[in-house]
Design a binder for this molecule. Structure first.
Ligand code: CDP
Length: 781
């Protein structure tokens, strides 16, 4: 381990990036102002499903200050009216034939000023012929449902895909032999990542050079550049994507949205930079929704052991199938659905359906549908505990995968790298005072108060991926790190991932500090500029630490090897005589004789051994051998008001294991954020639609996000089970708490009512739903 002064792994180094953020000196896309820049606003459809009969843009075009009005017809002339999605479907950039969801992009105005552009939108006349909208997958798959994707050749219904995993026969056998079968039907509702900063770009296509520089809210700039090159037919070396500071992504900034494409096409045609900044309503109604999964789970149990799991799932894909996910997993990584349990047989079936709702299916702070899977199994296990009449903690413990079973091959094909689920749960229960709380719960009940204790012991799968199995739009998933050490021993680390607030500038510098003994403040971390960073697949799904973090350790070690050869030259000894005592190479048995890493860096440019190339720099592309599997146990205690149905989390205890922690403070910050988002999803966040397909949840009055006032107090704990295949033993952590916690909150509410027979409440568990349940079981006051 690096010396304390160097502050490598395990040190809560203050976030370097905060120096500019807290001074208001961040540089976000909307801060980019270029000479001659124009502004773009989008006209969106008021209908969920309607044929476009005509679009009259003459009045808008005549408004002083308007430079151009772009329609689907104009885009079609350039073969850009449609674009591919990340899951191999097509999506309208600007509608030509019909609109398929409320908020779909219909036209764009480019003007000298954003207010003129907005005014001009009102002058565009669109003649719509309303069609019957379809807003649930059940309606959409019913006979006689209107065909949403009549643009697709051979598409006769609204079915998108059918996908299966696991062993059907073995699972059926387990069910046939079970002494108990427990079922749960539940719905993980549509919600939205709603980052603080909405999406946007400044597209600057230089008419003289043809170079397109696109400043963009992109979680995956390299992948986006390649997709731009393929879709627009631009030479890739002429495209430069720059993701400056990003105000939160949570998966919302993984897809390519029509706004980016139209702004770039407009800049290309007009020859001036074009800025598009999405407003909040545009963000909530048209970009990257998450979840919307209807799930049915069945657990087979024999002698108290889980023996089989059967899952059927129906997902609402919206009008265009646009999930970001590896192509080999059509329903994403939902097959982590066996969770933390040793379930020998499982079979999962998933179907997707088109509806007249916005596309997206983004993995909101999770890896490709892991959250839904984790929610289902953790709710199902709690239901099983009630049906068996056993304590939910005991039932979990008697079915956990045990430490000696790792690496563990799950029934749906994942090889879990490492884990100690009992240890995490024991610590959580101890911190909570579980036994005493159960006694308090019984006492409270006697006094007429409703207290509930909910647990969730999640296992996650993060860090895509091994490139043979994981890809995005066909691009194999690996990641990269380029490290340059300057003569004075200061370094620049360039990465293929892109922080949206996770603190990469600090933590990745700490990995270099650990491996090379160069203090974090001497290592500048650069990300997000495709011309100046090595190729990588970007940041989402907690993949940065498992991939780019590993790449950083690997390249640091390679440079340390070269530095050692230089040190031997400087000390006039053999490399074999040297040992590494960060930050110095010292002669074995003579610790006073040595040179620092900084000395070797200077020598790399001034005093090299014969035949050695100058410089101390290199790049590496890291293909992880496996995903990493962080885990933990969360416990939530709620109290329910019998008079109103309002519930309040009174305790939230979270024990996480993400392997070796690089920066404990940053990890805890990630967990706080995730627990808050989990609470939000469980309690209040919902993108809903009325029967006409009008989006309810299109602003922060209707789409509720918690403020500091509602956010519970969190008590954290940790266990450390290193990943055996990661160079520094780290696993990803960014999304753990968003994945694991919704089930804990809901389990707690249900637990408060379970004695009266309540088994399920659907998220968001609003007071009116609880109030209805209280009335149904006779507990209302
Ligand atoms: O890909 P993303 O950055 O969203 O997720 P992550 O890899 O889980 O990392 C989130 C933040 O936590 C980064 O700053 C990591 O370096 C840090 N982290 C850590 O300090 N220790 C870990 N074991 C995992 C992540």
């Amino acid at each position: 381990m690096a010396s304390t002064e160097v502050r490598g792994l395990g040190h809560s180094v203050e976030r370097k990036e905060d120096a500019r953020f807290i001074r208001g000196r961040g540089n976000y896309v909307d801060d980019v102002v270029l000479p001659g820049m124009l502004h773009m606003e989008l006209l969106r459809s008021p209908y969920a499903h309607a044929r476009i009969k005509s679009i009259d843009t003459s009045a808008a075009s005549a408004l002083p200050g308007v430079v151009a009005v772009v329609t689907g017809e104009l885009m079609a002339q350039h073969n850009l009216a449609w674009m591919p999605t990340l899951s191999g479907d097509t999506q309208a950039v600007l509608a030509t034939d019909k609109v398929r969801f409320q908020g779909q992009e219909v036209a764009a105005v480019i003007a000298e000023d954003p207010y003129v552009a907005k005014d001009a939108l009102e002058l565009i006349e669109v003649d719509y012929e309303p069609l019957q909208p379809v807003t649930t997958p059940q309606q959409s798959l019913a006979e006689g449902a209107p065909l949403i994707r009549d643009d697709k050749e051979g598409q006769a219904d609204n079915h998108v895909y059918h996908w299966e995993a696991g062993d059907k026969d073995a699972t059926e056998k387990a069910f046939a032999e079970a002494d108990k079968v427990v079922e749960l039907d539940t719905f993980y509702p549509r919600c939205h990542p709603s980052p603080l900063e909405c999406c946007g770009c400044v597209a600057d296509v230089n008419p003289a050079t043809g170079k397109a520089t696109i400043y963009m809210t992109s979680q995956a700039p390299h992948a986006h550049r390649t997709l731009f090159a393929i879709v627009a037919g631009l030479p890739e070396q002429n495209i430069r994507i720059i993701s400056p500071d990003i105000g939160g992504g949570f998966g919302n900034k993984v897809p390519i949205y029509p706004g980016y494409v139209i702004a770039t096409a407009a800049s290309l045609l007009i020859g001036r930079p074009v800025k598009w900044i999405e407003d909040r309503t545009g963000n909530l109604i048209s970009t990257g929704f998450a979840r919307d999964y209807h799930m049915h789970g069945e657990l087979a149990i024999k002698d108290g052991k889980f023996t089989g799991l059967r899952v059927k799932m129906l997902s609402d894909q919206g009008a265009f199938y646009a999930d970001a996910q590896p192509t080999k997993f059509r329903a994403g990584l939902f097959h982590i659905v066996t969770g933390s349990y040793d379930i020998p047989a499982a079979h999962v079936e998933t179907d997707g359906a088109y509806t007249n709702k916005a596309p997206g299916g983004v993995a909101y702070r999770c890896s490709f549908r892991v959250t839904e899977a984790s929610y289902l199994i953790e709710r199902l296990v709690q239901t099983a505990a009630y049906e068996l009449g056993v304590d939910p903690a005991d039932l979990r413990k008697s079915n956990f995968i045990k430490p000696e079973q790792f690496p563990y091959l799950s029934a749906t094909g994942f090889e879990y790298d490492s884990g100690d689920y009992d240890a995490a749960m024991d610590l959580c229960l101890e911190k909570l005072g579980y036994k005493e709380l159960r006694a308090e719960q019984a006492k409270a009940r006697d006094e007429g108060r409703l207290l509930g204790i909910g647990l969730a012991s999640f296992t996650e799968v993060v860090g895509a991926g091994p490139r043979h199995t994981y890809d995005i739009a066909g691009l194999a998933m690996f990641d990269s790190a380029e490290l340059r050490i300057h003569p004075t021993g200061k370094a620049i680390l360039k990465l293929g991932v892109k922080s949206q607030g996770q603190g990469h500038e600090t933590t990745f510098a700490q990995i270099v500090a650990e491996e090379l003994g160069i203090p974090p403040e001497d290592v500048e971390v650069q990300e997000g500029d495709t011309d100046n960073t090595p190729y990588g697949l970007g940041t989402y799904a907690s993949r940065s630490t498992p991939t780019a973090g590993a790449a950083t350790a690997v390249i640091s070690r390679k440079l340390r090897d070269k530095a050692k050869a230089i040190a031997a030259h400087l000390l006039e000894c053999s490399e074999d005589d040297l040992e590494w005592n960060a930050p110095r190479f010292t002669v074995k048995g003579a610790p006073d004789r040595g040179v620092s890493i900084q000395d070797t860096a200077f020598a790399a440019y001034t005093n090299l051994p014969d035949g050695m190339e100058a410089g101390l720099e290199g790049v590496t592309y890291y293909d992880p051998p496996n995903m990493t599997f962080p885990f933990g146990t969360y416990a939530v205690v709620v109290e329910i008001d019998r008079g109103t149905g309002a519930w309040k989390p009174v305790r939230v205890v979270a024990v996480d294991d993400c392997g070796v922690r690089i920066n404990p403070m940053i990890v805890e910050g990630q967990i706080h954020g995730g627990l808050t988002e989990g609470y939000a999803i469980a309690a209040m966040e919902l993108i809903d639609f009325d029967e006409d397909g009008n989006c309810i949840g299109s602003n922060f009055m209707d789409y509720l996000i918690p403020t500091a006032w509602e956010t519970p107090h969190f008590e954290l704990g940790e266990t450390v089970t290193p990943s055996p295949h990661h160079p520094i033993g780290a696993k990803g952590v960014g999304e753990s708490a968003t994945v694991g916690s919704p089930a804990a909150y809901v389990n707690a509410i249900v637990d408060a009512l379970a004695h009266a027979g309540v088994r399920n409440l659907e998220m968001p568990v609003t007071p009116d739903k609880v109030w209805a349940a209280l009335n149904e079981v006779g507990l209302a006051q």
